[in-house]
Design a protein around this ligand. Structure first.
Ligand code: SAM
Length: 329
């Protein structure tokens, strides 16, 4: 593993496996914006400002997702650690996909006691800021932060990691389309071979009112987060989008069992990327995110199809959120 930047700390390394300069990022953005309907990958929410706005979302009273998942992890951290370490294993590495501010993993570190923590995130500065903070709190832990795009490929890992346990919280699995979910889970199953596990947070189907409120908080933080994608796209492609000419829309699509987020153009307008013009009619939107909601059974079924064995599921008292532990078969 090559260090591209290193603080003078014995237990911290940083590795970059993602570059925002690649021409294929512009191609990916253009392909989405020239499609009908227009769409952008939710991974483009996360520049530094987007990561900070997401952290603010997690503190909104309407956004139950983080609160519920944290309560499940806190209540069950001993049982989760025992379930993961059921087969005696001295060397555990915890690989967190989309680690963000690394808040949730800290609940698990003391009970699980992995040798190594590998936080992986596309938002590089935010990743470094938050994982460097962990070095003081957990001096016994080796931390290898990796900036990577897990949609592109799961990052290459250093050798001799022992039992690899992937941690994928935040219900980010819900951002994948059903077919992509299956292939992503299959890739994780391969990545953690031969004796690994996956601890994954999965949001559950619940009342439409609760779901709609969670993505339309009264303070407008989710709206600001959604609109910020245009500022990020402007920086990556010089598109010149004017965020104030778009408005946030989020709603539960019952037939597809997903929250949809869109940015609706309030006027007729156009932008140019690489000499290609993207035109908008008034009312036309860019689809920026899907967040699929599952039942425990429907997610366990998908996991089995991907070659992962469901071992245990923990939920909160209202059954709003679930944390599944799956093992490679
Ligand atoms: C919904 S937030 C969840 C953050 C945190 N894990 C939590 O549960 O609160 C998604 C996180 O995944 C990261 N992310 C999104 N798409 C990604 C991708 N394709 N590759 C790597 N990281 C990604 C974001 O930067 C962000 O930190």
């Amino acid at each position: 593993m090559r260090n591209t930047s290193k603080k003078h700390l014995d237990n911290y390394t940083f590795n970059r496996q993602y570059s925002t300069c690649k021409p294929n990022i512009t191609t990916e953005i253009l392909n989405g914006l020239l499609s009908v309907p227009k769409h952008l990958s939710p991974k483009f929410f996360y520049d530094q400002k987007g990561s900070e706005l997401f952290e603010k979302i997690t503190n909104q009273p309407e956004y139950y997702v983080t609160r519920k998942e944290i309560s499940i992890l806190q209540t069950n951290c001993n049982d989760i650690a025992n379930t993961i370490t059921k087969t005696p294993q001295h060397n555990i590495s915890l690989l967190e996909l989309g680690s963000g501010n690394s808040t949730k993993v800290q609940i698990l570190l003391e009970t699980l006691r992995p040798n190594t923590y590998i936080p992986i995130d596309i938002s590089e500065t935010f990743l470094k800021e938050n994982t460097l903070k962990l070095t003081d709190a957990f001096p016994w832990l080796n931390i290898h932060a990796i900036s990577a795009d897990y949609c592109h490929a799961l990052p290459s890992l250093p050798p001799n990691l022992g039992k690899k346990v992937a941690f994928f919280p935040g219900s980010s699995i819900g951002n994948f389309e059903p077919a992509a979910t299956l292939s992503f889970l299959k890739n994780i199953a391969k990545w953690i071979e031969p004796t690994g596990g996956l601890l994954i947070g999965v949001d559950l189907i619940k009342s439409q009112e609760t779901l709609n409120l969670a993505y339309n908080d009264l303070d407008g933080v989710t709206a600001a987060f959604n609109l910020n994608i245009l500022c990020h796209i402007n920086r990556l492609t010089q598109a010149g989008f004017k965020p104030h000419q778009f408005k946030h829309k989020a709603f539960f699509n019952n037939a597809a069992s997903r929250i949809e987020m869109h940015l609706e153009s309030t006027i007729e307008q156009s932008s140019v990327i690489n000499n290609q013009t993207i035109t908008f009619k008034a009312g036309e939107s860019i689809h920026t995110e899907n967040s699929y909601k599952y039942s425990i059974d429907s997610f366990s079924h998908l996991a089995k199809q991907a070659g992962l064995k469901p071992v245990k599921v923990w939920t909160d008292s209202e059954n709003w959120f679930s944390v599944h532990y799956l093992e490679s078969i």
